[in-house]
Ligand binder design. Structure first.
Ligand code: AMP
Ligand code: MN
Ligand code: MN
Ligand code: MN
Length: 281
């Protein structure tokens, strides 16, 4: 009934903010967070739709971070989407995304794939331009049969279209989330390839910077991975979050409303959110 990680057309999802909320409603979700990449533009529309449907919309965002040399995603929940510091920070990431996109297009150009910047922009309905938009263009032009296949042959390390990019720092992301009244959670922690020592260093740094949450349940985790993350949550005294990371029909890890429950040993991140608990009970 609760899903705290999802995407709309404002970033790289396929459904509009209101379409996404309607979809969540049809899957039995009562509490939804819209967490578009580096943009909070969809929250007003999503919140009004949620209100109409008797749901609760948690104002969220998924921030792209570079920690050491790895890309890590941090979800901010209950952020104030009008907060100037947050808005300015996210705008700076989107600017960086656009510079990266130009370089990605150049890299694809060199393997004979022309016009990918314009092609990707056609799929970007808002201010963020990302690899998923390029992926849709590559499918459209017959370079891969679907988006998943694109991410095997293009846009990833060692393949055409991949550009090493420096996102914002972990410190910035957490400070923007906290300044705007939100709580930070590490997104899909099992998806990073940090190695054991770096993972521990990262978790410690996140905690030292005031990070409180971690996605124990994610659409992109296996059961085994969720159990491992649940242990980490216990050990580091992190609050547990859950989210499908839904991007729309056909391109998502998991359907909404089909995620397992947070293990009993974990404290849900919404434990003190009275309005949310009233809806869930
Ligand atoms: P970006 O932030 O522009 O680098 O793009 C990252 C996004 O690409 C993720 O949020 C996913 O939506 C998508 N993505 C990354 N890897 C894959 C994959 N293997 N299959 C499908 N989508 C992917
Ligand atoms: Mn995405
Ligand atoms: Mn992510
Ligand atoms: Mn996501």
């Amino acid at each position: 009934m609760i899903d705290l990680h999802s995407h709309s057309t404002i970033s790289d999802g396929l459904l509009t903010p209101s379409g996404l909320v309607k979809h969540a409603h049809s899957k039995g979700i009562k509490v939804l967070s819209l967490t578009d990449h580096d943009d909070v533009e969809g929250l007003t529309e999503a919140a009004s739709e949620a209100k109409l449907l008797g749901m609760h919309l948690v104002h969220g965002v998924e921030i792209s971070v570079t920690w050491k040399r790895d890309t890590i995603h941090i979800v901010g929940l209950n952020v104030d989407s009008q907060n100037k510091t947050l808005l300015q920070g996210l705008a700076s990431i989107r600017q960086g995304r656009f510079e990266r996109a130009k370089q990605m297009a150049h890299s694809l150009d060199q393997v004979g794939i022309k016009g990918s910047l314009e092609g990707a922009l056609k799929y970007a309905k808002s201010g963020i331009l990302g690899r998923t938009h390029f992926a849709r263009f590559l499918v459209e032009t017959g370079h891969a049969k679907d988006v998943k296949t694109v991410f095997k042959n293009y846009l990833v390390k060692g393949k055409p279209g991949f550009i090493e990019h420096t996102w914002t720092s972990l410190e910035n992301a957490l400070s923007w989330i906290h300044t705007s009244g939100g709580i930070a959670a590490i997104a899909h922690p099992a998806r990073y390839d940090l190695g054991k020592n770096n993972l521990l260093a990262f978790l410690n740094e996140f905690k030292e910077l005031g990070g409180q949450g971690i996605e124990v349940i994610s659409g992109s985790h296996t059961t085994e991975q969720s159990l491992k993350i649940a242990k980490i949550a216990e050990e580091f005294e992190f609050l547990a979050s859950t989210g499908s990371d839904y991007h729309g029909p056909g391109i998502s890890y998991r359907e909404m409303g089909s995620l397992p429950k947070i293990p009993e040993t974990c404290i849900p991140i919404w434990k003190s959110w009275n309005e949310v608990n009233a809806l869930l009970n």
